[in-house]
Design a protein around this ligand. Structure first.
Ligand code: UDP
Length: 473
């Protein structure tokens, strides 16, 4: 890929500093953005990262500069806690605890960039994850322009922008006396319902409000917001956002298609050989991303649901996928029920971590059972793979609603996980007429995604505009 070629020293036109949120679903798009900038504009890159979460030295591009921030801060202080992971609490703590250490690191990086990058124009700007308002404030203090990277859908930011008004109306947090309100459609936010705006059940309303206020303030005070989406997928929501935040909006996705991927985890590539032996569009790929966990009973129902569907499957069971009732018991694939391996022999494969882009792009994969994280959703759309959606928290419900109601390339698996329901959903997606239609619509979206990154494409033009902006700083 073109982005594997670093610029020669005389071609360097400045340095871009980046601070991703230390989670895979946020880190990958940031590094992909780095690859795109480096390839096209001769920009060199410094990546700041929380000290506990250093990208694997073997997989990171050698000419990037990586700078650890907050060495003394215990990682437990910065990670989500609780059963469903209090992601919002972690974001607030990361901002609080890393802000001071970042100030020193940034000063140092600015000084070094003056010296090392000489004629190239020095540090142009800081690109921060939209959740890192604290780091953005430090850059503002030091007079450095900032860009914000939104790693979620445009639809999700539209929902976040509407959050305060729904609080003012007394609808959020949802009144506990009337559960039926949860299904109320939100006229100002179709196709969302009130329940899709409940982004967390583990976070206090005060923390959620603080987190979203910071996020929105960060987009407004930035010099532009970069989105991992494309105009043909989310045009109306992108226009709404541009009107609401008053800074330029750059939809340059799908980022994983314009730049190389970086994984923090070792991938099991033998599953690709296994896929080679399966029939076209016959396999269900099952993965719940990097953060979602399930309990032991859900694991058992999922296993027997997959077995009973009679459909070939590739299932990612992360080492920490299963929340154990007793913390001392093992938390991995050995928890799969007795007899499951025999029952699915030759028809199913379980791996701890998969090369997801390649899996979704494999001709044998005909459907994806996903937790509806934005990266997974976008990756699926870009390969023309329809989805069974099982959203849990954060923006996942919003993504699911768009998949089901707007793009119509998948459907929600609702309610408690139960083997009979799973079997039916899997067969609907892989073997039924409805699934076939969803696959066709997904393929139409894939063609649009392919086009938008070509020469005259919308994302390609947005990258050109973004580069102009960066070089103007
Ligand atoms: N992923 C992967 N291998 C796996 C499972 C997930 O490479 O076995 C990657 C996937 O391609 C995606 C990311 O992990 O880029 C998950 O991001 P997403 O936004 O879907 O969900 P999150 O983990 O942030 O909830």
């Amino acid at each position: 890929a073109a982005d594997d070629v670093p610029p020669s020293p005389e071609a360097i036109r400045g340095r871009v500093l980046m601070f991703p949120l230390p989670f895979q679903g946020h880190l990958s798009p940031m590094l992909q953005l780095a690859g795109a900038l480096r390839a096209r504009a001769g920009l060199v890159v410094t990546v700041f990262h929380a000290a506990f979460d250093a990208p694997d030295p073997a997989s990171r591009p050698p000419e990037y500069r990586f700078v650890a921030v907050g060495e003394g801060v215990p990682s437990a202080d910065l990670l989500p806690s609780g059963s469903d992971g209090d992601f919002v609490g972690a974001v607030l703590r990361i901002n609080d605890r890393l802000r001071e250490p970042f100030r020193d690191r940034l000063r140092q990086a600015l000084a070094e960039s003056e010296e090392d990058d000489g004629g190239g124009g020095g540090a142009r700007c800081l690109v921060v994850d939209s959740n890192l308002r604290g780091m953005q404030l430090v850059a503002e203090e030091l007079g450095l322009p900032t860009l914000v990277l939104r790693t979620g859908a445009a639809a999700c930011l539209v929902a976040y922008l509407a959050f305060p008004a729904l609080c003012d109306k007394g609808l959020l947090p949802p009144p506990s006396h009337d559960k039926s309100l949860l299904d109320m459609p939100l006229d100002e936010l179709p196709p969302l319902r009130l329940r899709d705006m409940v982004f967390s059940t583990t976070t206090s309303h005060a923390n959620m409000t603080r987190c979203l206020d910071d996020l929105v303030a960060g987009t407004r005070s930035s010099s532009g917001v970069v989105f991992n989406t494309f105009k043909e997928l989310e045009g109306p929501d992108l226009r709404k956002i541009a009107g609401a935040i008053g800074v330029p909006v750059y939809p340059i996705g799908p980022l994983h298609k314009i730049s190389t991927e970086t994984s923090l985890l070792a991938q099991d590539r033998t599953c690709l050989e296994w896929l080679d032996r399966q029939e076209a569009a016959s396999v269900l790929y099952v993965s719940f991303g990097t953060l979602v966990s399930i309990d032991e009973a859900e694991l058992v129902e999922t296993a027997w649901g997959l077995a009973g569907s009679q459909v070939p499957f590739l299932w990612v069971v992360r080492h920490d996928l299963v929340r154990s009732s007793s913390s001392s018991s093992p938390r991995h694939a050995s928890l799969l029920p007795a007899g499951f391996a025999e029952a699915t022999q030759g028809r199913g494969m379980v791996v701890p971590w998969a090369p997801q882009h390649e899996v979704l792009g494999h001709r044998a994969v005909g459907g994806f059972w996903t937790h509806s994280g934005w990266n997974s959703t976008l990756e699926s759309v870009c390969e023309g793979v329809p989805m069974i959606c099982r959203p849990r928290f954060a923006d996942q419900m919003v993504n699911m609603r768009y998949v089901q109601e707007v793009w119509r390339v998948g459907f929600e698996l609702e309610g408690g996980l139960e083997r009979g329901k799973i079997e039916m959903a899997v067969r609907k997606l892989l073997c039924g007429e409805e699934g076939r239609e969803m696959r066709q619509r997904a393929k139409d979206l894939r063609d649009k995604a392919d086009k938008c990154i070509k020469d005259e494409g919308s994302s390609n033009s947005a990258i050109e505009m973004l580069l102009k902006r960066i070089l103007s700083f």
